[in-house]
Design a protein around this ligand. Structure first.
Ligand SMILES: [Fe+2]
Length: 203
């Protein structure tokens, strides 16, 4: 992040500290968050977001899963399939994340915290926690959602193995219009081809 961005240096400092804290709790989630930040920024620049929105996008992308520090270890670090109750607990992370960032009360934190709250909303209104749909979901949350989905499928998680770039794109296309914003998805298709965060798995 660059200091000349219009977001306060204080908010960037807090963001950095929270990212370090997340890394101590769950190193893989911090690495994932850094890649989601990179992909989101590339999409945000390509969309032509204002400098202020780009600043909010970067803060929210790097902290989108900060709420996972509030999820118990036996669920967060579970390597087997999660049951419904455990999934319901995991889903609370978007609201926990909103509260954590909003608690800094720094200028810009309220806006960024709402973006975090809505990073699991779906374009068709079937996401969580507020079941918002379409453009009622902030553009920053919609951008992060695509980047998050892409990177989550590129890495091995407790409930699935990593996928190739082609496999991921096929799934994202299938989900477009339901989970993902079609216009932002077409932007993502452009940026991912030359992105350093493109999935490296060959087959
Ligand atoms: Fe998340």
């Amino acid at each position: 992040m660059k200091l000349e961005d219009p977001i306060s240096i204080e908010l960037y400092s807090h963001t950095k500290a929270l990212s370090v804290a997340l890394g101590y709790r769950d190193h893989l989630t911090r690495l994932h968050s850094e890649r989601v930040l990179g992909l989101s920024e590339e999409s945000g620049v390509c969309v032509g977001l204002s400098n202020n929105d780009l600043g909010i996008l970067k803060i929210a992308a790097s902290l989108h899963d900060i709420g996972k520090i509030g999820i118990p270890d036996h669920i967060l670090l579970n390597t087997s399939k999660l049951d419904k109750d455990e999934w319901d607990k995991i889903k609370q992370h978007s609201e926990f994340g909103e509260r954590i960032l909003a608690a800094t009360e720094i200028e810009g934190s309220k806006q960024a915290s709402l973006v975090i709250r809505h990073h699991h909303e779906h374009y068709n209104g079937m996401g969580y926690p507020d079941r918002q749909s379409g453009e009622n979901i902030s553009i920053c949350s919609r951008i992060i959602s695509i980047a998050d989905s892409y990177d989550a499928m590129a890495e091995t998680r407790s409930y699935h193995h990593s996928r190739t770039h082609s496999e991921i794109m096929a799934i994202l296309h299938k989900e477009t219009g339901e989970k993902h914003d079609p216009e932002l998805m077409s932007i993502f298709c452009k940026i991912i081809e030359s992105s350093k965060f493109k999935a490296t798995k060959i087959h």
